[in-house]
Design a protein around this ligand. Sequence first.
Ligand code: ADP
Ligand code: MG
Length: 253
Amino acid sequence: MSDVLLQTRGLARSFGPMKAVDDVSIAVRRGTITGLIGPNGAGKSTLFNLLTGTLAADSGTVMLGGADVTGLSPDRLFGRGLGRTFQIPRPFARMSVLENVMLAPLRQTGERLWGPFLRPGAMRDDERRIRDRALEVLDFVTLAPLADHPAGKISGGQMKLLELARVLMGDPEIILLDEPAAGVNPTLAGTLIEKIEELNRQGKTFVIIEHDMDFIMRHCDPIIALAEGRVVFEGTAAEAQANPVLLEAYLGT
Ligand code: ADP
Ligand code: MG
């Protein structure tokens, strides 16, 4: 199996005259927590949108697990094991935390999709299985005590954990997190990174966008930096610490 799980070549996307992502070629190695940093407007979220099929690229390719997945829809990519969270979580506010997790998409084979219609009572079994799995996932992200709370009433940090729980329902191989710690109180941010690191030890690959360089330096390795849509640095966390181009890209904002 190849070391590289997710890769782009010459990826580009403009909005009018603005090149939001400009000729980006990166490789994410399996088993890493890769950090994606860059000043505001650098193109980080746009790159995520290109990687996850939320946005179409003007040019370039995306490879996942050795297959060309350029242009596939988010659903198809999700089916291939690519999960992501959004910078701003939007749960169904009036539904409970548990219901929100139960409604998260699952990765299913064709057989499981049709199964419920073929066996009497199977629908109930399926619902029970999904509920059990959702409770398990909520327990993992420490939200089990809030399972019955309306999702609109939990804190911003808890919403980030809820987002992670929803992604985990699909059991993805690689998870893209857009600013998971932004606006989250330090205790919850600590819980979140602890869970990310635990999942990483279990073999999941992460790409994390963070504005906070300190967070990235502490928890991510390697690190990719974008500025004005282009890759300005790709290397280990230790190399990043000492890189003048990188520091300049930050001080320049
Ligand atoms: P980052 O996540 O690094 O802060 P973004 O990817 O959100 O940056 O944005 C990169 C650039 O592309 C910014 O100048 C932003 O204004 C622009 N941009 C992003 N999305 C859109 C869009 N849907 N329409 C127009 N411009 C956009
Ligand atoms: Mg962003």
